[in-house]
Design a binder for this molecule. Structure first.
Ligand code: BGC
Length: 567
């Protein structure tokens, strides 16, 4: 079921890519037929990102009020109308209007579709499922390149083709329901339960459904008031805002849309003379974009967001740097260097910097500010997209291709620093846990790591005490450990506190470290009773200790020390 949900919402991504990419192919035919001025051309191209800015602005609030599903249905209608109007226009100003309408739909869909997927997906698959959306964008771009190639005699047919995915989106969303999280937020409990049961393919009374719903409700209860713009700057939301806006800024400044929109121009500049080879090379870029997005999807929930981002920024910096140096030094085989560099660039982008900002923006905002926060993040995406696309020709004429690519290289290098310093690892962490972490006031970057920094006797630099994996793995390990023992119901809700106490104890920390290394827990995420080996006694005694005796534990969970009430 969840794959069907992701596929339907993913159609919105196809429309996004298609409406962006199709104008490149239609432009030369339109120029011949309508005698377009540069201003018309600018207006027509700008209409989609401009409309999208507007769509993103309204979509956050509207999706909180009317629901994720309703918004996607409206967007589908706009996509269909926009495609039909574009195909029927008799003057260029009409095309600008039609594309403005498409832009609004793109802006709404680009925000609500990833949200819809992320609120429906189980944590372990969320990254992969949300990146289906990015895959869909790349498929949309590729299909626009192919449609322009196939219908190179009729711009009207090119535009009309955009109605087909619009119709599919409408019917797909029509049969689907809203997300359990949104329904719970609106207090529609039976519907939320039914929606969740459908997603998991189990009975609505299943204990897993009750537990997950209770967790969502706890979060929803404390978040019932709608967020205001000012809320975005409060300490529990601001870190999420900085990470999502920053990632989109860097994604766009990496120059992706200069490549997507101007690939034929870049190939021309670097020495590909025939129009046919320029177009073929462009289709090649589209294919690599799709293929590497699939690779990224396979990696995202395995190697984690941070590592993938670092690889992506390093890969794009390297490839853009190569092209820049080649262009500045006027290397002899610049055409081949540019082709190789662009393929490497697209590959690194598509597997990482492409999907990750979308994935992260859909997971790191607290529920009450999620819609609004994602609106602002999407606005950043469209705003910077607009700036890069419009400045590219001007910058190339003043700085040359080498200079412009050098700027993009710099942005990717800054991306590495930004990731290291600010981006949290959200892999496998539930949306509710992320929210609790934000509210705890600890730096977002430390998400999933137990609060251990105080009194770190081990004196390790950067890594967790005792060399435990410097991410959320300790918390995950503790949870796995608790689930093996008899105190699950009491200790699991307090897993964060248990983790903190575990890390403060030298002996327990050592035992956890040994188990973690021996079982390769960081990569497998699996633990069985037999894996505990000689550490079993220490860890068992520790859990009993925190359950029954530790004053520190009782104090930290708000219970009275021995003799008082106990849960
Ligand atoms: C970006 C778009 C870009 C696309 C290319 C997306 O993640 O937000 O601006 O055109 O990737 O695949």
């Amino acid at each position: 079921m969840i794959y069907f949900v992701a596929a339907v919402a993913g159609i919105a991504g196809i429309l996004f890519g298609f409406d962006e990419g199709i104008i490149a192919g239609a432009l030369s035919l339109l120029r011949g037929e309508f005698g377009i001025t540069p201003l018309d051309e600018g207006l027509m191209t700008a209409a989609v990102p401009f409309g999208a800015l507007f769509g993103a602005l309204i979509a956050g609030r509207a999706s909180e009020r009317f629901g994720r599903r309703a918004l996607l249905l409206w967007a589908a209608i706009l996509f269909i109308l926009g495609a039909v109007f574009s195909a029927l226009i008799t003057a260029i100003w009409m095309l600008s209007l039609a594309r403005l309408m498409l832009g609004v739909a793109v802006g709404v869909a680009a925000l609500v579709a990833p949200l819809y997927i992320s609120e429906s997906a189980p944590p372990a698959k969320r990254g992969m499922l949300v990146s289906i959306y990015q895959l869909a964008i790349t498929l949309g771009i590729l299909s626009a390149y192919l449609v322009s190639f196939a219908f190179d005699h009729s711009w009207s047919l090119m535009f009309m083709m955009g109605a087909l995915p619009g119709i599919a989106l409408f019917f797909g969303m029509y049969v689907l329901h809203d997300t359990p999280r949104w329904l719970a937020l609106k207090g529609r409990q039976p519907e939320a339960r039914a929606a969740m049961a459908r997603l998991h393919g189990v009975s609505p009374d299943a204990p897993a459904i009750t537990a997950e719903l209770a967790d969502i409700n706890r979060t929803a209860q404390s978040d019932r008031h709608a967020a205001s713009w000012a809320d975005l700057l409060t300490p529990s939301v601001r870190p999420a805002l900085i990470v999502s806006v920053g990632l989109f800024l860097l994604q766009q400044l990496s120059g992706i849309n200069a490549v997507i929109y101007y690939a034929p121009t870049v190939f021309k500049e670097t020495g590909f003379d025939s129009h046919a080879t320029q177009i073929l090379a462009t289709i090649g870029v589209g294919v690599v974009n799709v293929a590497m997005t699939v690779v990224g999807m396979m990696l995202i929930d395995r190697i984690g967001r941070r590592r993938l981002l670092l690889i992506g920024f390093a890969g794009t910096a390297l490839s853009l740097g190569l092209i820049a140096v080649g262009a500045v030094t006027e290397a002899k085989s610049l055409d081949m260097l540019a082709l190789g560099g662009l393929v490497l660039y697209i590959a690194a982008f598509a597997a990482s910097i492409g999907p990750l900002p979308w994935v992260m923006m859909s997971e790191i905002f607290p529920l009450h500010a999620r819609g609004l926060g994602m609106s602002v993040a999407s606005l950043a995406n469209w705003g910077f997209n607009f700036i890069v696309v419009f400045s590219f020709p001007v910058l190339v004429s003043s700085l040359g291709l080498g200079g412009v690519f050098a700027i993009y290289t710099l942005a990717c290098l800054i991306g590495i620093l930004f990731t290291l310093k600010l981006v949290p690892e959200t892999n496998g962490v539930s949306l509710e846990e992320i929210e609790r972490h934000l509210k705890s006031g600890r730096p977002l970057r430390l998400l999933g790591q137990a609060p251990h920094d105080r009194g770190d006797q081990a004196g390790t630099t950067g890594a967790s005490p005792g060399g435990l994996a410097p991410r959320h793995d300790t918390g995950m390990l503790i949870r796995a450990l608790i689930s093996l023992g008899p105190y699950q119901s009491v200790l699991m809700p307090l897993a964060d506190q248990v983790t903190r106490i575990a890390l403060e104890n030298h002996q327990v920390r050592g035992a956890l470290q040994s188990v973690s290394i021996r079982t390769n827990f960081e990569n497998t995420g699996r633990l069985s009773a037999t894996d505990l080996g000689s550490e079993a006694a220490t860890l068992k005694a520790f859990l009993e200790h925190v359950r029954f005796a530790s004053p520190a534990f009782l104090e930290s969970v708000g219970e009275l020390p021995a003799g008082g009430k106990r849960g």
